[in-house]
Design a protein around this ligand. Structure first.
Ligand code: AMP
Ligand code: ZN
Length: 469
């Protein structure tokens, strides 16, 4: 299995630190809002990497954090007149709901930054003791970037190109730094902000130290894979390497994986630019599996442009797979209860080649676009070769192959029992009642339940409208 490593800019054969095991850390979202579909890209992509690794027989320890202390969370809390924890807990719960809809499996551990402050203090103390960090007059602790000789090795940047000059420090009011390249490990609290006591000042950690500490605690000092969106390469991941390697005296992560961005109208989708759709917005219109299929239809290192046309293509593609699965189910009900015939045995040998093709594509840096192409070849083969007179042995084998490949992609394609119109109406009425009683959790649950069964709801001024996906 080959992985493109941002650190070496090459595709490299994957060799785990410990045989049969993978230790993987994926930077998670800052929780101050519903996640947008850009945030969903790394979630879906790296969940698929995890599923494929498991399919290959690895035991994967998958850690993904929630950043639950941050300026944006504090700002939102002030706007709403509540504390930061109320905001972060609310959006962690919402994020987990979106993950479930998208069939993204929960991580082995989802650590929260605010629960790991002790470990952060300890690592900061080590960095100060080793001369890699210093305390400024107001209690801010900075990382001494030039003390780490390999700084810039991940982003392939040269320190001297990064140097902005001391003048800019005076302008930005950061003149207590020894060097403009130095970054914050710990900062003093401001009025009304959450804070923790520390030897340096009452305050809170910088963002980068969180991931170094959580990765070490749950996976160890050396890990196999560290992943996230490409915007995290610099400075976040570069700074994580500087912190972890200086503190632990060991290489940090062997393989660094980064997904390219999801764009809208060929422009980067971001919360700050305001051009984004939340996952929740999109799930009002589409089956969650269509969104998952769309994300996997491109290689994770290629930019992907979100458009109605591509979503329509994803819907059609998924539909073709679902129809093939439904046909196999139908054929299986009436098939001869018999092992494969000799003729079918030869066909089955051919059918197995699509699974091998799928693996070949995934082994090449998780090329999900080519892997899905192999699934479509299998679908075509099924449509031609699974017939009313096929044996149960043959139909079952084809069905298992199709479902095993789609399952690695995290795509649920099995046909669900259709809900009758009257059942849908009853659930909608129950949802309206729940909303009236301000039981929004139940209302959301009903919406999700209907969505899973392919029923889309639309809240309009005239009431709730629904249609089948
Ligand atoms: P954030 O909450 O901004 O820290 O983002 C959480 C994760 O989503 C990080 O891995 C980001 O790199 C990733 N991300 C944010 N926006 C996008 C986007 N438009 N396309 C792909 N990944 C993104
Ligand atoms: Zn991180």
């Amino acid at each position: 299995m080959k992985i493109y490593n941002t650190l070496t800019k090459k595709k490299e054969e994957f060799v785990p630190i410990e045989e049969g095991k993978v230790r993987m850390y994926v930077c998670g979202p800052t929780v101050y809002n519903l996640i947008h579909i850009g945030n969903a890209r790394p979630m879906i992509v790296f969940d698929t990497v995890r599923r494929y690794m498991e399919h290959k027989g690895y035991e994967v320890n998958y850690v993904s954090n929630f950043t639950d202390v941050d300026d944006k969370i504090i700002k939102k809390a002030i706007e709403e007149g509540v504390d930061s924890q109320t905001i972060s807990q609310r959006y962690i719960a919402e994020c987990k709901k979106d993950m479930e809809s998208l069939n993204v499996r929960p991580a082995t551990t989802h650590p929260l930054a605010t629960e790991e402050i002790c470990g952060m203090e300890e690592m900061i103390r080590t960095l100060i003791d080793k001369g890699h960090a210093y305390v400024a007059a107001d209690g801010t602790v900075y990382y001494r970037t030039r003390s780490f000789a390999e700084y810039g090795k991940l982003s392939h940047k040269n320190l001297d190109d990064l140097e902005g000059g001391k003048r800019s420090l005076l302008v930005s009011g950061e003149d207590q730094k020894e060097d403009p390249l130095d970054f914050v490990l710990w900062k003093p609290k401001k009025e009304g902000e959450p804070y923790w006591k520390s030897p340096w000042c009452d305050g809170r950690p910088g963002w980068h130290i969180e991931c170094s500490v959580m990765s070490k605690k749950y996976l160890g000092e050396e890990i196999d894979i560290h992943a996230g969106g490409e915007d995290l390469i610099f400075p976040h991941h570069e700074n994580e390497i500087a912190q972890s390697e200086a503190a632990n005296g060991k290489p940090f992560a062997r393989y660094w994986m980064h997904n390219a961005f999801l764009n809208i109208d060929n422009r980067k989708m971001s919360k700050s630019a305001g051009n984004f759709f939340t996952v929740r917005d999109i799930l009002q219109q589409y089956d969650p599996m269509v969104l998952r299929f769309f994300m996997l239809s491109a290689h994770y290192r290629s930019p992907l442009n979100f458009s109605a046309d591509l979503m329509e293509a994803a819907r059609n593609g998924l539909g073709r797979i679902r129809t093939a699965a439904a046909n196999l189910d139908f054929l299986l009900k009436n098939a001869r209860q018999q092992e494969r015939t000799q003729e079918e045995e030869a066909l089955w040998e051919k059918a197995k080649e699509y699974a091998a093709k799928f693996d070949e594509a995934m082994d090449d840096d998780f090329n999900t676009a080519d892997a899905l192409a192999a699934v479509f070849e299998l679908v075509k083969f099924i449509n031609t070769n699974a017939r009313e007179d096929s044996t149960a042995g043959f139909v079952k084998a084809l069905r298992e192959e199709l479902l095993s490949l789609t399952d690695i992609c995290g795509l649920i394609v099995e046909t669900k029992e259709e809900l009758l119109d009257s059942d849908v109406e009853a659930l909608i009425a129950e949802r309206q009642a729940a909303r009236k009683a301000k039981n929004f959790a139940r209302a959301d649950e009903i919406r999700n339940e209907l969505l899973q069964k392919g029923i889309l709801l639309e809240d309009t001024r005239e009431g709730v409208k629904w249609k089948r996906a």
